[in-house]
Design a protein around this ligand. Structure first.
Ligand code: 4AD
Ligand code: MG
Length: 465
């Protein structure tokens, strides 16, 4: 039987053309029945729903049926027939069953009973076979597609920015080094330091924390670009919202000011949420019923509400007069912690919030400085249950101000010469932002730990699989 003749289970379940013979292939979820008849729930990952295979036990060899247990892989050919009891409209009456691989019930880790998410993280190589992770990874795919669709339809160009770089875009110094030097015996300079001139690239390099700086180079030629790629942060944050390797979407737009930037971010987030509701409903319904009864309502509410826009100074005033005892106290000048962000979103405004006008000292060097000399045109979008989901800004487009800021912060100016050239030649007002893809996935799926929306998460002391 050629692959071409195989029907995906999703298509079989939606079929209205019955009483024809088809072949489905997949993994056995459960098997029940008696000596005469066996009911096999089969899943191939194309949908959360299983197809029921009905087999007349005496027509099949014992040696074959013995192996039809949870986790085994099979090909089933049979008639597609109306079903009464399976919870689906159709089922398959098996004429031929071929076993690909058995799965010994004594050692197969995924049994019929539910497993905790913590346990499933330890067997991340098998968890895609569960309903939960099948749903999450299908949604992840659909969201990736929606991101490209959104920007393509708006005339943005997908720009591939480097993963290995020599610069630290965010200036936070949380980078993973990339080197081919012999760690046991590295070449040294005369003053005893490691001599990176002898390294692969002839200089120090690391994995990128953001594609933004190169993204700006693209925007100042193509007008509207976006990146969508892996980024890496060596921050030792063992929280349910941080990964050491995560995917980021970074649009960058020439001729956009901070207000245009906020409008785009809000429209984009609403589009993605609506797209999920329209294209992943079966999977979302499952997650809603299984983990988070408010998920669907929360998603719908975000698509239909205007995000609240306030300044950082207003946010500090609200927090100070809230009467709430926060774990981290704050005053003007301190960064907002996730507890503050969630208070503003979940308790005060009860909707997504965009904060602008942050103190320049807690934000990156490239942000456009306001005339007050204290704040920058930054914007963070805060979401319910997540806190910061998007970080962005209008960019400093004046050469002198940017150079002065780079000096003030003691950043390596020579490494940023190419970046400064964009301000030297044909500089324009421009803006952009970064959406953490896994933060968005947390919001869309209602999962509470970021390790559960990344197929193979990397976190401090964990790079298994
Ligand atoms: O706020 P961040 O650091 O902004 C930037 O990197 C800018 N260069 C973006 C831009 O303007 N083009 O990161 C952007 C977003 C955050 O809002 C958050 O959603 C996500 O990336 N993020 C993380 N997600 C998972 N794990 C981490 N360790 C993350 N750090 C940031
Ligand atoms: Mg940020």
């Amino acid at each position: 039987m050629s692959i071409k003749n195989r029907t995906k289970i999703k298509e079989a379940l939606n079929s209205t053309e019955l009483n024809r013979t088809i072949t489905v292939k997949g993994w056995v979820r459960t098997r029940r029945g008696n000596k005469k008849i066996a009911f096999i729930a089969l899943n191939d990952g194309s949908t959360i729903n299983n197809i029921q295979v009905v087999a007349d036990v005496p027509s099949f060899p014992d040696e074959l049926l013995r192996h039809i247990t949870t986790g085994a892989s099979v090909s089933v050919t049979g008639k597609l027939a109306p079903s009464v009891g399976s919870g689906q409209n159709v089922e398959i009456h098996a004429e031929n069953i071929e076993l690909y691989g058995s799965a010994d019930p004594a050692s197969y880790p995924l049994q019929k009973k539910g497993h905790s998410l913590e346990f499933l993280r330890e067997i991340a190589h098998l968890r895609p076979r569960t309903n939960t992770f099948g749903a999450i990874f299908r949604i992840r795919h659909t969201m990736s597609y929606a991101i490209h669709k959104y920007f393509n339809d708006k005339g943005f160009f997908y720009l591939h920015t480097p993963i290995i770089t020599g610069s630290d875009a965010e200036g936070a110094g949380e980078m993973f080094r990339v080197t081919t030097l012999d760690m046991m015996n590295p070449p040294r300079t005369e003053d005893g330091k490691i001599n990176y001139r002898e390294d692969f690239f002839g200089k120090e390099t690391n994995l990128t924390v953001s594609g933004q700086l190169e993204g700006e180079l693209g925007a100042l030629a193509l007008s509207d670009i976006y990146t969508f790629g892996p980024t890496f942060r060596a921050e030792n944050s063992n929280t349910p919202r941080h990964l050491a390797e995560f995917w980021m979407i970074e649009p960058e737009m020439a001729f956009y000011d901070i207000n245009d930037n906020m409008d785009l971010a809000e429209d984009f987030l609403k589009f993605l949420t609506e797209f999920a509701l329209g294209h992943c409903y079966d999977d979302l319904l499952f997650l809603n019923n299984m983990y988070d009864k408010e998920l669907l309502d929360r998603l719908k509410s975000v698509t239909s509400t205007d995000f609240k826009r306030i300044t950082y100074t207003e946010a500090i005033d609200i927090l100070s007069s809230s009467g709430v005892k926060f774990e981290f106290p704050n005053s003007w000048g301190s960064d907002l912690q996730s507890e503050h962000e969630r208070y503003l979103v979940e308790r005060h405004f009860k909707k997504p919030v965009i904060i602008t006008g942050y103190p320049k000292d807690i934000k990156a060097f490239y942000m456009k400085q306001n005339d007050d000399g204290k704040t920058v045109r930054a914007m963070d979008v805060l979401f319910p249950r997540i806190g910061e989901i998007v970080g962005g800004s209008q960019r400093e487009d004046e050469l002198l101000k940017l150079e002065t800021r780079i000096k003030e912060l003691g950043l390596p100016e020579k490494d940023l010469k190419w970046y400064l050239d964009t301000r030297r030649f044909g500089s324009v007002p421009h803006s952009g932002f970064g959406l953490g893809f896994e933060r968005m996935m947390l919001f869309i799926t209602g999962m509470s730990n970021i390790r559960d929306v990344m197929p193979f998460p990397r976190t401090p002391k964990n790079a298994e699989f």
